[in-house]
Design a protein around this ligand. Structure first.
Ligand code: SAH
Length: 214
């Protein structure tokens, strides 16, 4: 697991690219600049790790495009100590970004292969999520609710109700790409028991959030 000067240089270029596309939060940019994305990818893709693109990982899934990771993270407005839930652990890259921001991270993955691989890998890099869970993200994690924010990293055909109800009532934020072939990045901010503000932020493409297969 090597992180060379070459990797660090490429990473700084990636930060500049993501910044030029409109990401302003310095803490998020700093995390992108720090986290060795190449180590989250299968070896064949090492040369591509610092392009601003999604890439295949195991189990037919993808590691999200860095710009998308930064965009979603910026919308979450994470403060150190926040309790956050991620649906779709995948490679663990987004998980690492959230850990780097000082969040207490809970993350759910439905592909056992990825769950196992990432559970071993993240602590080796020094990123310690509170809990990685093998299960179905549609249900959220009721036993740990409420969350300051929730991020869904797969394309959801609709908004799972449990995720909305697991947000804290005074300003909890859900960042979720909604749609089938193309998704609209959507932010829900909880304002009370049943009150939610909804904001939309343009189109993205994700692998689908799948119904439980376990
Ligand atoms: N955050 C990840 C993105 C991985 S792609 C990364 O940066 O690497 C989306 C992930 O969501 C995939 O790993 C996929 O297996 C997972 N997923 C899809 N449906 C799910 C569900 N219902 N519950 C939990 N995870 C799910």
């Amino acid at each position: 697991m090597k992180d060379t000067f070459k990797h660090q240089g490429l990473r700084q270029q990636l930060v500049n690219v993501v910044k030029a596309k409109g990401i302003q939060d310095d803490r998020v940019l700093n995390a992108i600049g720090k986290i060795p994305r190449h180590l989250f990818m299968d070896s064949g893709f090492l040369d591509h790790a610092y392009q601003d693109k999604a890439f295949p990982i195991a189990a037919d899934q993808t590691i999200s495009q860095p710009y998308t990771v930064a965009f979603q993270t910026e919308l979450m407005q994470v403060s150190p100590g926040d309790k956050v839930l991620e649906i779709g652990t995948g490679s663990g890259y987004q998980t690492a970004v959230l850990c780097d921001l000082g969040a207490k991270v809970y993350s759910i993955e439905r592909q056992q292969e990825l769950f196992k691989k990432t559970s071993k890998f993240l602590p080796k890099l020094g990123y310690r999520a509170k809990k990685l869970i093998f299960g179905d993200g549609y249900k959220g994690l009721p036993e740990e609710a409420p969350f300051d924010s929730i991020i869904v990293t797969a394309g959801a055909p609709f908004v799972p109700k449990p995720l909305l109800s697991q947000l804290k009532k005074d300003g909890g934020r859900l960042v979720i790409p909604i749609g089938d072939d193309v998704q609209v990045m959507t932010l829900f901010i909880r304002k009370g028991q049943k009150e939610f503000e909804q904001h939309e932020f343009g189109e993205f493409r994700f692998v689908p959030l799948l119904e439980d297969k376990n």
